[in-house]
Design a protein around this ligand. Structure first.
Ligand SMILES: NC(=O)c1ccc[n+]([C@@H]2O[C@H](COP(=O)([O-])OP(=O)(O)OC[C@H]3O[C@@H](n4cnc5c(N)ncnc54)[C@H](OP(=O)(O)O)[C@@H]3O)[C@@H](O)[C@H]2O)c1
Length: 191
């Protein structure tokens, strides 16, 4: 299937194309093209009935992922959002839940889901905030939340990251790469 797709988009005629060897990751054990064996590549179907955890939902990538899932995957069973509490503009710490509500109410991206108070409440009913900090051990989650996530989560979309062009590379490596061991070992050991 991949070979056929490549031929279809190639400006050169198939006869002139050099034979392209598919990488081994694209082949099943019997040598066939794995995409041919895939029965359903639908994201919507893959998320049906699943419990999803998103980190970084207040950021650029995470908020788009959240909106897309809400809009395109109505069959998702539950969405956990790992959000850290943060100092608000009034020097008061905003809880993760308050930050989520501000995100949904404040961003045009979510307008379709928050047109009325009923619509907003329906969305909030599907979302569960867990407060945490991905730079801390076990993502800074409480023992109860950690247990809950281990038991329930099927899919993790990890987009929490420190984006800075000025921080030292070693600090960024520590924050964005090395600390990922802990959460990902945690999710995978529990899944
Ligand atoms: N933007 C792009 O075009 C793009 C393209 C390709 C790949 N990426 C990658 O996608 C990832 C996210 O990028 P982005 O543009 O979405 O960044 P962003 O807008 O700065 O968002 C970062 C998110 O991570 C959260 N976060 C940061 N540190 C955290 C911590 N210690 N604990 C919990 N949450 C934390 C932030 O939460 P707060 O709101 O609490 O700060 C925010 O939700 C990065 O790895 C980036 O390299 C981005």
């Amino acid at each position: 299937m991949v070979q056929r797709a490549l031929e279809a988009v190639s400006p050169t005629s198939p006869a002139k194309m050099p034979t392209q060897e598919m990488p081994s990751c694209m082949r099943a054990q019997d040598g066939s093209d794995v995409l041919d064996a895939a029965t359903d590549l639908s994201v919507r179907a893959a998320f049906e009935g699943k419990v999803v955890l998103i980190t970084g939902a207040t950021g650029f990538v995470g908020s788009v992922a959240l909106e897309q899932i809400l809009r395109l995957c109505p069959g998702v069973s539950k969405l956990y959002l790992l959000i850290r509490p943060k100092l608000g503009s009034s020097a008061k710490t905003l809880t993760g839940q308050a930050r989520l509500e501000a995100l949904l109410r404040g961003r045009a991206l979510f307008r379709e889901h928050t047109g009325s108070e009923d619509a907003l409440q329906a969305v909030l009913g599907k979302l569960v905030v867990v407060e945490g900090d991905v730079h801390r051990l076990d993502c800074g989650l409480s023992a109860a939340d950690l247990e809950r996530l281990r038991a329930e989560v099927d899919v993790v979309i990890h987009s929490a990251a420190s984006i800075s062009f000025f921080e030292h590379i070693h600090v960024l490596l520590q924050q964005n790469y090395q600390v990922l061991h802990a959460p990902f070992c945690m999710w995978t050991s529990g899944l």
